[in-house]
Design a protein around this ligand. Structure first.
Ligand code: ADP
Length: 610
């Protein structure tokens, strides 16, 4: 056979299968499309009334969603603007279809982007009904009083138009569900869909699952005036908290909230909440719901909220974004980038104002927000610059100071040096020595602290963070007279370990010795641990650390040991070994054999006491 070429043609007959198969990844949204069309119809009528171009309707505006299981129909009815025959032909029969065909011709092959564009730009929302219906009927009457019309269309796109006896202005759309779409006959399913997509639409929506009694009290399924639409000055603290609890079914109160209300050119509203997370890192993922004029669009839109603020919860209403947005659209849209920057700024501003206006509260929530503030500061320089004066250090005595306050207090004794601990229990002895010396110690035991410290040092000229076991400069008291025999003894005891033995008179007499590892060397190890480069199976390290063992000549134990070296060297070795192991224990995780040795040496020494 000879080679043939040709182009794929698209016409109105084959748009239906396209709609059914791949137009929407989520079928459920047909209800959102129909109800939001109904909302638009009401909004348009409202506007015409306010302009004096239409007469006010006697009945209050409403949307009814009805399920009839027996007839297998879902009906969406509104008392909005309605359509004349001509409008129906123009809006429903022709433009939408031909527009979509043009669109498909134009964007064929653009994948996800193209698909989403069709819906947003060419008004195919209504046709999403055909994803679930084998036949769709419309009964509509224009508010202008033009005769009512009835339209009926099957799944192949063949339609009929005839006269209708509808009396009130408005539109009724009836979906005759396909046999296979049983799930939409379940009232709970429809209720859940209304709850997800229509909870804040601006016209009251009533749902009748087919069991409604004539005189039953009617309660709309939506809140027509959600809190984010109200002026900030009209909202109370309680309303913000209630709104949060309702929206996220979280009984815990949020830590704080931010009501966003950006005018032109950003033009969006919203409320963001910082949820209470405690130390539970399992629920870091927040939830920001994106709305388009009170119509739900999507959850967790990472493109709008920077990834480091994703634990935020809340709502954003952006009428500037199309109702059907695709991720790729959001990623490349410059409006979204501005929106995101605005949100980051607002979050930073909120933190700063909280720190300034209510420092005790800011301190009380610091442990909850610290991981995020640090992460955001690491990821975004602008954010860090905004909050830098309010970054807190939690001190071991339970109080909090800002980094600047700490440095101010350190001026006399240890200028530009911030001492910290990564493990309050393990490093308790060091902490106690610093406390005795009147030096504050910060607790920096979070997952991000190592990186955070390094980043802050880079930004604050001359400032360094030292772990309590890194440096003893401020714990010494006078000059020491070295005893060489002690140095020899401990060097022998350390065996293969890379150890420098020093002797000092430390101010505190409680600790016989202190093992220190230079800050650089330990940080290097921390990094390697993070990338799992040096840790063995037991978490201990093959990487030899440069350690310094400082013997405290002021401690009675060392004085006694010193005397014992000459009289009973074997015993002196046993005691020194045990002292060394205890020092190691405070510095790092022991290896299996070290732990076994520590215990057996301890028991032997105890046995000797009896
Ligand atoms: P879009 O809503 O994006 O314009 P649709 O396909 O959903 O696209 O609807 C096409 C048009 O049909 C609407 O713009 C509107 O003019 C008309 N329409 C749809 N539903 C209704 C309704 N319930 N009442 C009045 N007009 C409607």
């Amino acid at each position: 056979m000879s080679k043939q070429t040709g182009g794929i043609s698209v016409n109105t007959e084959n748009i239906f299968p396209i709609i059914k198969k791949w137009l929407y990844s989520e079928k459920d949204i047909f209800l959102r499309e129909l109800v939001s069309n109904a909302c638009d119809a009401v909004t348009k009528h409202r506007r015409l009334v306010s302009l004096g171009e239409a007469t006010e309707s006697a009945a209050p505006y409403r949307i009814d969603v009805r399920l009839d299981k027996k007839a297998r129909t879902i009906t969406v009815e509104d008392n909005g603007i309605g359509m004349s025959e001509e409008e129906l032909k123009r809006y429903i029969c022709s433009i939408a279809l031909s527009g979509a065909v043009d669109f498909i011709n134009k964007y064929e092959g653009e994948g996800e982007n193209g698909k989403n564009g069709i819906i947003g730009h060419f008004g195919l929302g209504f046709y999403s009904a055909f994803m679930v219906a084998e036949q769709v009927e419309i009964h509509t009457r224009s508010h202008t009083g033009a005769p009512a019309v009835h339209w009926s269309c099957n799944g192949e796109g063949e339609y009929e138009i005839d006269a209708d006896d509808r009396e009130e202005a408005g539109t009724e759309v009836i979906l005759h569900l396909e046999k296979s779409e049983k799930e939409y006959l379940a009232p709970e399913k429809l209720r859940a869909m209304l709850g997800k997509y229509c909870a804040f639409m601006p016209v009251p929506i009533y749902f009748d699952d087919g069991t409604k009694k004539e005189d039953a009290e009617e309660v709309p399924v939506n809140d027509v005036a959600p809190l984010w639409q109200k002026p900030v000055s009209d909202c109370t603290d309680e309303e913000y908290k209630d709104f949060y609890k309702k929206l996220f079914a979280d009984f815990r109160e949020p830590l704080f909230y931010i009501h966003l209300n950006a005018d032109y050119p950003l033009n969006f509203k919203g409320i963001l909440y910082f949820p209470r997370l405690g130390n539970r890192f399992d629920s870091l993922e927040g939830e920001v719901k994106l709305y388009y004029n009170q119509v739900f669009v999507a959850d967790n839109v990472g493109e709008v909220i920077p990834e480091y603020l994703l634990m935020l919860r809340g709502v954003l209403d952006c009428p500037e974004l199309p109702l059907n947005v695709s991720r790729s659209y959001l990623q490349t849209n410059s409006y979204v980038a501005k929106l995101s920057a605005h949100i980051v700024k607002k979050v930073a501003d909120k933190l700063v104002s909280l720190a300034k206006k209510d420092r005790p509260y800011f301190e009380s929530v610091w442990s909850d927000i610290k991981p995020f503030v640090e992460y955001a500061a690491l990821r975004d320089e602008k954010f860090r610059d905004r909050v830098k004066d309010h970054l807190l250090l939690a001190l071991t005595d339970g109080t909090h100071v800002t980094i600047d306050e700490y440095l101010e207090g350190a001026k006399e004794k240890h200028e530009n040096t911030i001492y910290y601990t990564t493990d309050k229990a393990l490093q308790a002895q060091y902490i106690a020595m610093y406390r005795e010396a009147g030096i504050a110690v910060a607790e920096l035991d979070g997952v991000l602290d190592t990186q955070f410290i390094a980043a802050e040092e880079a930004k604050r000229a001359g400032v360094r963070f030292l772990r309590v076991d890194a440096d003893l400069a401020h714990l010494k008291e006078g000059d020491a007279t070295e005893n060489e025999a002690l140095t020899t003894l401990f060097t022998e005891v350390a065996g293969e370990d890379k150890l420098t033995v020093k002797q000092e008179n430390l101010a505190s007499t409680a600790a016989p010795c202190v093992l220190s590892v230079s800050e650089e060397s330990r940080r290097m190890e921390d990094m390697m641990r993070m990338y799992r480069l040096s840790a063995g199976e037991d978490g201990a390290f093959a990487f030899p650390l440069d350690m310094t063992l400082t013997l405290n000549l002021n401690a009675p134990l060392i004085a006694k040991l010193s005397a014992l070296i000459d009289t009973d060297r074997t015993r002196a070795v046993a005691v020194a070994t045990f002292i060394y192991r205890l020092a190691l224990l405070q510095s790092r995780k022991l290896k299996e054999e070290e732990m076994t040795a520590l215990l057996s040496e301890g028991y032997t020494l105890l046995g000797d006491l009896l």
